[in-house]
Design a protein around this ligand. Sequence first.
Ligand SMILES: Cc1cc2nc3c(=O)[nH]c(=O)nc-3n(C[C@H](O)[C@H](O)[C@H](O)COP(=O)(O)O)c2cc1C
Length: 178
Amino acid sequence: MDLWSVLNTRRSVRSFSPRPVSSEAIERALEAARAAPSANNIQPWKFIVVRSASSRLRIAELSAGQMFIAEAPVVIVCCVRRYRDEYSWLQERMCLVDGSIAFTHLILAARAEGLGTCWIGAFSHDELKRHLGVPGDYDILALTPLGFPKDENAFRPVVDRKPFEDVVFLDHFGGEME
Ligand SMILES: Cc1cc2nc3c(=O)[nH]c(=O)nc-3n(C[C@H](O)[C@H](O)[C@H](O)COP(=O)(O)O)c2cc1C
């Protein structure tokens, strides 16, 4: 798939088929994440691949009860280590930028494999950390179910976005593009 097709048909998938996902496809998605840029190349991320059915169920419960998460045969959890970047106003939040880039790589690579994902940001952070044995200096940035969509129209093109002219300015904030 070319990049534009991936970008334009990556949608949040919230219903999954039980069809298994190969280890090779999961590894390719993780390799895409590993290739992501990060500030000072610190690569503060760790990814937990959860295949255990009982663990996926618990993760879904701890994610505001979004039970579709457990329907997918795999859940991937992105953890980031908090570090301080003295050159940026983001400081210890820089790891959130790094992790978000890497997780986006993973999600786009999954789409190229024909796999559905849904970025999950709603979860009980501390309880999920305990459940997964995540050490104290790491935060959980996000997680995603990973699997083949049940609905064959899951990868419908992106149309529900704000108009171009509402989000792109020329020369200064509010400047109209020609
Ligand atoms: C930071 C972040 C957190 C999100 N959290 C959730 C979530 O907890 N549950 C959910 O179903 N979708 C979640 N989403 C998915 C968004 O709702 C979705 O990306 C958005 O509505 C656009 O739809 P699309 O992904 O199909 O293009 C989240 C997305 C982002 C980027």
